[in-house]
Design a protein around this ligand. Structure first.
Ligand SMILES: Nc1ncnc2c1ncn2[C@@H]1O[C@H](COP(=O)(O)OP(=O)(O)OP(=O)(O)O)[C@@H](O)[C@H]1O
Ligand SMILES: [Mg+2]
Length: 572
């Protein structure tokens, strides 16, 4: 600050105070002073050495000092309690460039944050004379602003997720469909069948996770149902065991058959995130990772103080503990904050525990952490047990075997991998499939011979003409043609609008080809006035028959892994 010798500053008079008086027209002096003192924000006028030569009433009031005591003091001493100007001093910028400048300054002693705005003052010749320095107390607004930034960031992540979901869903459809084909064609080889069933289970989870990210970004509620927690934990730990080194011993004790009202994917996410953190904490030296599930009765009186917010009743307590590095108090105080991480850049997002906290709260539970530096950490998750009588246990009708047919299907889809997969699967079911790669091409085919096709399946988003345009054009030509529309999560359409364009059935992407085959048969049967033939035995060719037979023997139906599957829904 001692070298303030820019061009503008050289013009400034030696005695700034005198200059100041001279630029104030005498008649308006009192009125001006009153105005100055009426301003609620802290306003000072400074010379080119950043010394205060004038301060309004609010300045003395907000800074809590006696009237007059600010005059002659340097602003950096008053606002930042520093011996020299702040690094990004807006006053210096204003002097150097003769323009308005601003910065946020935190006053340690006052524990307040100010938004400082400095503006240049000029004499009648237009030459720089003083700095007007306005300080606005933004201490209370700051957290709100940060929250808003955070919300905007989350919104941007949501948009990004929605953007990639379309492509991701298409990829998942391809992977899952070809796995189904492997299953159909593999015959009686039990090992390959089991491996493919594992791949399919992983795809299901990937699909759930994509949907979860999308639901999260849209702030919609997850559907909860009566679930048993122990099997979900067992599943998750099996997955984890294969990915953590042998230096970490996994001890699990899952002693409960209790049910909670929950979302299985989210419960899976809780244990995976906690166990992954535990593994990271023991990465250097190894140790013991403990996962325990117990039923406990929370009584009114004998509860630990940190659990008093839970209503009395039966709870499941999931405990994930490790013998790793542990945490100090300061770290423990921040771990549930979004983006708080002690991991290197690129190794952790700091979202794991923040997400878990949200999930546990939405399950009416709480999460507690106990940790000792150098000793280890234990997370306790409490989830309320529900009355087992609530179990709906719906054995979904989807478990039955799907019958094929010999009808003609027009399949319109721009993603080649999905189109070819659909052709292959539906052909296995005996259908005659014609594939087109965009709406216009599909319409041209249909127009050539409208009576030829018994059913049309179309994607929603396609070049040339989209699925809705195609559906309405087809219905205009041949109203009785049944139409199935496939669309991804990111392109959720108004169902009423789809129905108005003539869509009979809406199928959520990624399309499970087995479910599509089921939907096709159901829709065709309903048109022919038959009862849907879910249970009428088999379909495809001889190779496929082997697979279905083996599934029936082992009770492993391709769709029974996902009782909650809701891929196909009526458009109306
Ligand atoms: N079991 C544990 N032992 C020691 N520290 C832990 C443990 N679990 C969490 N932490 C601390 O809490 C921080 C936040 O955890 P969180 O799971 O939210 O994010 P992260 O693991 O850093 O990143 P990610 O988003 O990849 O999960 C971690 O960086 C770590 O400092
Ligand atoms: Mg984590």
């Amino acid at each position: 600050m001692t070298s303030l010798n820019s061009e503008n500053i050289q013009h400034a008079a030696d005695s700034m105070d005198q200059n100041w008086v001279s630029i104030t027209p005498s008649g308006s002096h009192v009125a001006w002073e009153r105005t100055f003192d009426a301003i609620g924000d802290l306003v000072t006028i400074m010379d080119n050495n950043l010394k205060i030569i004038r301060a309004n009433k609010a300045a003395y009031h907000i800074l809590g000092v006696e009237p007059g005591t600010l005059i002659g003091q340097h602003c950096y001493r008053v606002f930042a309690d520093r011996p020299a100007p702040c690094k990004d001093c807006p006053g210096i910028t204003t002097m150097k460039h003769c323009r308005v400048s601003s910065a946020e300054i935190h006053h340690l002693k006052l524990a307040k944050t100010f938004l400082i705005t400095t503006s240049p003052m000029a004499d009648e010749k237009g030459e720089f004379t003083h700095i007007v320095h306005v300080a606005k107390d933004i201490t209370e607004k700051l957290p709100l602003e940060r929250q808003l930034n955070q919300a905007q960031k989350m919104g941007a992540i949501g948009n990004l997720a929605a953007g990639i979901a379309h492509d991701f869903n298409n990829m998942l459809t391809g992977i899952s469909g070809y796995v189904e084909l492997v299953l159909l064609k593999v015959g009686h080889d039990e090992r390959i069948t089991q491996n493919a069933v594992q791949v399919r289970a992983a795809i299901k989870r990937a699909t759930d996770l994509v949907n979860q990210i999308l639901t999260f970004s849209r702030q919609t509620k997850h559907e909860k149902k009566s679930i048993q927690v122990a099997p979900i934990l067992r599943d998750a730990l099996k997955l984890l065991r294969s990915s953590i080194p042998a230096s970490i011993e996994l001890r699990q004790s899952l002693d409960s058959t209790a049910h909670i009202l929950g979302d299985p994917t989210q419960i899976h996410q809780i244990v995976m995130n906690l166990a992954t953190n535990a593994y990271h904490a023991m990465q250097e030296e190894g140790g013991v990772l403990g996962v325990t599930l117990r039923e406990i009765m929370m009584e009114g009186h004998e509860r630990r103080p940190e659990l008093t917010m839970l209503p009395p009743g039966p709870y499941l307590r999931l405990e994930v503990s490790d013998t790793g590095c542990g945490m100090d108090r300061e770290t423990m105080g921040k771990i549930f904050e979004p983006y708080f991480t002690t991991k290197e850049i690129g190794k952790g997002t700091g979202l794991g525990l923040a997400v878990i906290h949200g999930i546990v709260s939405s399950h009416q539970g709480i999460i507690k952490v106990y940790s000792e530096l150098g000793q280890g950490t234990s997370f306790h998750v409490y989830l309320p047990i529900i009355d087992r009588a609530l179990d709906p246990v719906p054995r979904p009708e989807l478990e039955a075997v799907v019958r094929g047919g010999s009808e003609q299907i027009l399949y319109v889809e721009d993603e080649e991998i999905i189109a070819e997969l659909a052709r292959e699967v539906l052909s296995l079911y005996g259908y005659q499939v014609t594939v087109c790669h965009n709406g216009a091409q599909g319409l041209a085919h249909f127009r050539q011979d409208p009576d030829r096709y018994d059913l049309v399946i179309t994607d929603l988003t396609m070049p040339a003409m989209n699925g809705l345009g195609l559906a309405s054009a087809i219905k205009a030509m041949r109203p009785q043609s049944p139409i199935i529309l496939c669309s991804g999560h990111s392109e959720i359409i108004n169902r009423a609008r789809a129905a108005a364009q003539g869509v009979d059935l809406y199928v959520q992407k990624p399309v499970d080809m087995m479910e599509l085959a089921r939907a096709v048969r159901g829709l065709l049967d309903s048109r022919e006035g038959k009862a849907p033939s879910w249970r009428s035995g088999l379909n495809p060719d001889k190779k496929g028959r082997g697979y279905i037979d083996s599934l029936e023997k082992t009770a492993l139906h391709p769709w029974c892994c996902s009782p909650e599957y809701q891929g196909c829904r009526q458009a109306k």
